[in-house]
Design a protein around this ligand. Structure first.
Ligand code: MN
Length: 129
């Protein structure tokens, strides 16, 4: 069981992520944008953040930069990247995300991807580019 903070503006995605991770016994906190992110980090002390890239207001890159410049700098943060945006993966790694998970997610493997992220193992290493 881990505490996981999800920042995702798509309600259907959020519902799915929350359901899958709750089913695995994780404690999920949901934010639809970066508003209140720092407060949520203090209040919920997540073990892992799943961060959508495309968000209303500040995007995932800007929010990651804020985390890395904060007392929570060492937090494990995984980008949620849109499948069509292939360049996002490289940008995510270069920006300092610990890992990325491609959307739409594969429901069967998503919990394992999150488990590996929690364990500090990299996902999707078999995919070129
Ligand atoms: Mn989004």
């Amino acid at each position: 069981m881990a505490r996981i903070l999800i920042v995702e503006d798509n309600p259907d995605n959020m519902k799915l992520f929350r359901a899958l991770l709750t089913l695995k016994g994780h404690e999920v906190t949901a934010l639809p944008s970066g508003d209140g992110l720092q407060e949520a980090l203090v209040q919920h002390r997540p073990d892992l953040v799943l961060m959508d890239i495309q968000l209303p207001g500040k995007d995932g890159f800007a929010l990651l930069a804020e985390i890395r410049a904060s007392p929570h700098a060492a937090l494990r943060v995984v980008a949620l990247t849109a499948h069509a945006m292939t360049g996002d993966r490289d940008k995510a790694r270069a920006a300092g995300f610990d890992d990325y998970i491609t959307k739409p997610i594969d429901i069967a493997s998503f919990p394992d991807q999150v488990a590996r992220a929690l364990a500090g193992e990299l996902n999707d290493t078999r995919e070129p580019g």
